[in-house]
Design a protein around this ligand. Structure first.
Ligand SMILES: *[C@@H]1O[C@H](CO)[C@@H](O)[C@H](O)[C@H]1NC(C)=O
Ligand SMILES: *[C@@H]1O[C@H](CO)[C@@H](O)[C@H](O)[C@H]1NC(C)=O
Length: 188
């Protein structure tokens, strides 16, 4: 472990969750999403607590029981988000007439297609606990959205995907943090 601060944070997180929620099934047991997001917001300044909780709000209760399930669910949230952006780009491409923007949108379409398949692979690797491979896949999806956004800046065009790209950056950061915590949990 290179980062001892987040290591300790994660350790405290895992142990206190196990103590609070291992034995009792009462309502006093804090939601795993809230606890996870609190830890992520503390360790990653790019991720805001409310954004984190909001993005995971539709994860079903059955997948909020442990980090392994939550991690896989979060990856599916990212995949769905990337798919939404992919469809939006297709729509934008149909009506775009300006060649410089059209070229950028075409690049973004490919990048998001790549991000979608990376997230699908990430879930598979995560289920087999190949955490290094998961990190490569999720980091790849993160880079894809960043590259999409940079393309518009390079040609001096306002990005029509600014919010989508920014959301992807934050969503993939959340997933990377959950993967880190799960890896630690797996060691215990
Ligand atoms: C993507 O995620 C962001 C942040 O949670 C959300 O605001 C947006 O609606 C999502 N888009 C899709 C298509 O799921
Ligand atoms: C995950 O942990 C590694 C070291 O164990 C660290 O270098 C990396 O920054 C962490 N990433 C996140 C997103 O927490």
């Amino acid at each position: 472990m290179t980062n001892s601060f987040s290591f300790m944070q994660s350790l405290v997180f895992v142990i206190s969750f196990a103590v609070l929620c291992g034995a009792s099934k009462s309502d006093a047991c804090p939601d795993l999403i809230q606890r996870t997001c609190r830890t992520i917001a503390k360790t990653d300044t790019n991720v805001n607590y409310n954004f984190c909780v909001g993005s995971l709000q539709h994860v079903p209760k059955s997948q909020r029981t442990d980090l392994q399930k939550l991690g896989a669910a979060a990856m599916k949230v990212v995949e769905a988000n990337a798919t939404g952006t992919y469809l939006l780009i297709k729509k934008l491409l149909k009506k775009e007439r300006k060649i410089s923007r059209k070229t950028r949108l075409q690049d973004c379409l490919e990048l998001y297609s790549d991000a979608i398949s990376s997230m699908q692979d990430a879930v598979k690797y995560f289920e087999s606990k190949s955490y290094d491979d998961v990190n490569v896949m999720v980091s790849g999806a993160m880079t894809d959205s960043d590259t999409c956004e940079d393309g518009f800046a390079e040609v001096g065009e306002a990005s029509p995907l600014k919010k989508n790209d920014a959301d992807m950056l934050k969503l993939t950061a959340i997933v990377l943090s959950i993967v880190n915590m799960s890896r630690l949990y797996g060691l215990g």
